[in-house]
Design a protein around this ligand. Sequence first.
Ligand code: FAD
Length: 386
Amino acid sequence: MNKKIEKLRQKVREFAAAEVAPIAAQIDRSDTIPLTLWRKLGEQRLLGITVPKIYGGEALSYLAHVIVTEELSRASGTVGFSYAAHSNICVDNLYKHGTDKQRKKYLPELISGNHLGALAMSEPDAGSDVIGSMSCHAEKKGNVWIANGVKRWITNGPDAGVLIVYMRTADKKEAGSHSITAFLVEQDMKGFSTGDKIDKLGMRGAGNCELYFENCEIPEHNVLGDVNQGVSVLMSGLNSERLILCGGPLGIMQTALDIAVPYANQRQQFGQAIGNFQMIQAKLADMYTQLEASRSFVYRVAEQFDNNNRTIGRDAAAACLFTSQAAVQLSLDAIQIMGGRGYMNDNTPGRLLRDAKIYEIGGGTNEIRRLIIARELLKEASEHSH
Ligand SMILES: Cc1cc2nc3c(=O)[nH]c(=O)nc-3n(C[C@H](O)[C@H](O)[C@H](O)COP(=O)(O)OP(=O)(O)OC[C@H]3O[C@@H](n4cnc5c(N)ncnc54)[C@H](O)[C@@H]3O)c2cc1C
């Protein structure tokens, strides 16, 4: 790990310990992340990690971005999650696929934290099969696109000033995968509105809601990428999304260990610390090993991503699969080591479990990740055999 990234990690760790960790339980209880936190993250220069300096970013690597997400998630799972949706899923995608004009118009507000960003592909009837089942659609009329339909579950949706939104723009039967377009939608565009904030199991604080498009007029210059080429925007975005999201489970696992190890030293039963019992020691050792294996895997995939390695699709999916499962397990282990205290909402492990679970679902479920990994392995083997 180079010195620049270690310095960044230290800076984020200190910021998160001072500004995020003290309000983490309150964010969970009140189901609200204070909007002022976004400006603070902007002042810390954390919202445009992978964006070049000419657009106000930091021009750093995806590995650096994973580490920032990890450190924020260590302080609060939901802040890390909402941060990844903003800084990677919206900001990084907007930079990668936007025109110079679009970048200059939208990135400064997003990177300063004045605007929150979101990305919307999922719909009530289009989840894992988001491309095949997408029914939100837009038709060109003069120099605007008229969009209609409903998006669901969208992270940061209730407060987002700018959203990347996918719409069907050509007949699926005729155009196949060339029938979807990505658009940049602004909060106050005519015909666009958001539903109530949805009550969730975990990641409480991060806003999730439905988005409604009722003859919403999107100017033609707000097409992101090329018309009918939205699937390639979506697929390239999903790889980097899965990678950056891995920082979330890493941070949650670190917190599980941060809690469980001192507790095992301090809690006395049968006249001694429970850390003396080998069954507790085995749990701690397994937790540590899972975390370190996850960390090494994720950092290696991030470095590969930074070097444009072509196996990134299956590796980003595999890293996400492995770390999300490990984070759920470590959260359960922390609860078990704390016994009854671990089960109480006044203590942190329950929140870790509720937060960790989303990483087995969001950005494509673990079942879909397994399909991606297996499909790529089988394809590669069949290419080699010809
Ligand atoms: C908190 C939260 C935040 C989210 N944020 C966003 C966001 O910001 N933007 C956005 O666009 N979306 C977002 N989503 C949506 C998320 O990406 C979807 O929930 C996810 O892709 C799964 O879709 P689904 O929920 O419709 O499940 P479904 O696709 O209905 O799947 C249900 C079950 O069937 C399984 N399944 C489906 N197909 C197969 C198959 N072929 N083989 C085996 N098993 C299969 C799934 O793995 C799952 O277990 C969010 C979701 C949540 C819960």
